[in-house]
Design a protein around this ligand. Structure first.
Ligand SMILES: *Cc1c(COP(=O)(O)O)cnc(C)c1O
Length: 373
């Protein structure tokens, strides 16, 4: 590798199998066979996650939109979620006329703080969304207990967390429903795509109807919608790529975990750096290795990114607090969500990266610190 060769922060792992299946879908997957790969992809996903139902979608955003809609969330309702989130988690709430209520994150997991979530509950609260940020685990026991106490569904945004396991259960399978993303940056990709999963039969039937332009599956009349639905379907060609990725899912996840473990090992003796945690009885799917520097280091993200870019390394910013965006009400009291991103950076972790690339990144981190301490 030459010194200035670009190190990308993510890119998909595409083998001959994906090419073979996509080609087959393009060549043969029409007419009677136009749902074959979609059905197979959903089947493989259900098995992997150990859930009853799965519906492939065109995006995670679409899966979330349909799930929230199926729960009956609408005008004037409130949905609680972490201030630290991708906009895709909050946007569907607004599509339904409901209001996202942003609460602070925990300083160690960077995921929603259950105490803050409980404190934000009002008579209008219709759901709490647990986003497993960067593959890190939300405190599901605490959140499920709150959900039970107030009779509010807990939803999992597992877009970043395929491969993450909480107390023996794969994330996405724990809450009322879960959603996944197969965007090109994610651990498993179909280019664009997503999945809705649930163990709730009734909810599944509702989302299935919604996903088919409101046509219930027992409706015998043709072109006869029963309700207004959505069109967030995945194509058979995308699902073909998804099937190949599912056959390789264990390898895709373990490679991500290897990369995170190597970063962790190389940075272990730096006490003023925090890297994605993996508490006891959990597995971190390691989608996005991220380092947070102690405030005492004086390190700021702009300077860090500059240092990385000088070495042609694609390091990304930690999510801005959504309450800091112009379309939402600012919520400065979410201290961690506002503070942590200012001294944090996402590190490259694509499957095919080699040890040399990681070593180079580690050196850049040392370099950044050396200048400061
Ligand atoms: C990627 C991502 C999404 C959105 O996924 P799309 O498939 O692009 O809609 C949602 N939530 C989180 C946390 C994400 O990282």
């Amino acid at each position: 590798m030459t010194k200035k060769e670009r190190i990308y922060y993510t890119k998909p792992s595409i083998s001959e199998l994906e090419v073979e299946y996509a080609t087959d879908a393009a060549r043969n997957g029409w007419g009677d066979r136009c749902y074959e790969y979609i059905n197979r992809f959903e089947q493989l996903f259900k098995q992997h996650l150990n859930v009853e139902h799965a519906i492939a979608t065109s995006s995670c955003t679409g899966a979330m939109h349909m799930g929230l809609s199926a729960l009956g969330i609408g005008l004037g309702d409130e949905v609680i979620l972490a201030d630290t989130n991708w906009i895709a988690t909050a946007a569907p709430i607004t599509y339904l006329g409901a209001k996202p209520v942003f609460v602070d994150i925990l300083p160690d997991s960077w995921c929603i703080d259950p105490i803050q979530a409980e404190a934000a509950i009002t008579s209008k609260t219709k759901a709490i969304i647990a986003t497993h940020l960067y593959g890190n685990l939300c405190d599901m026991d605490a959140l499920l207990a709150i959900g039970q106490k107030y009779n509010i569904p807990i939803i999992e945004d597992a877009a970043e967390a395929i491969g993450s396991v909480y107390h023996g259960k794969r994330v996405g399978s724990i809450g009322r429903f879960g959603v996944f993303s197969f965007h090109g940056t994610k651990t498993l990709t179909t280019g664009e795509g997503g999945m809705f999963v649930t163990n709730d039969n009734q909810l599944y039937e509702t989302v299935l109807t919604l996903s088919n332009h409101g046509r219930a599956r027992n409706q015998t009349k043709q072109f006869y919608p029963d309700i207004i639905g959505f069109k967030y379907k995945m194509s058979n060609i995308q699902a073909a790529i998804g099937c190949a990725q599912m056959e390789r899912i264990d390898d895709l996840i373990s490679r991500k975990r290897e990369i995170l473990a190597y970063y962790r090992q190389q940075l272990a003796h730096l006490s003023f750096i925090q890297i994605n945690p993996e508490p006891e009885n959990t597995i971190n799917g390691a989608w996005m290795p991220t380092v947070v520097f102690d405030a005492s280091t004086g390190i700021i993200r702009e300077k860090l990114q500059e240092t990385f870019l000088a070495e042609n390394i694609d390091a990304r910013f930690f999510f801005y607090p959504l309450s800091g965006l112009s379309m939402f009400e600012s919520k400065l009291s979410n201290h961690n969500a506002w503070d942590i991103p200012t001294r944090a950076i996402n590190l490259p972790s694509y499957h095919d990266m080699n040890k040399n690339a990681i070593d180079k990144i580690v050196i850049v981190i040392f370099h950044a610190i050396g200048k400061k301490i």
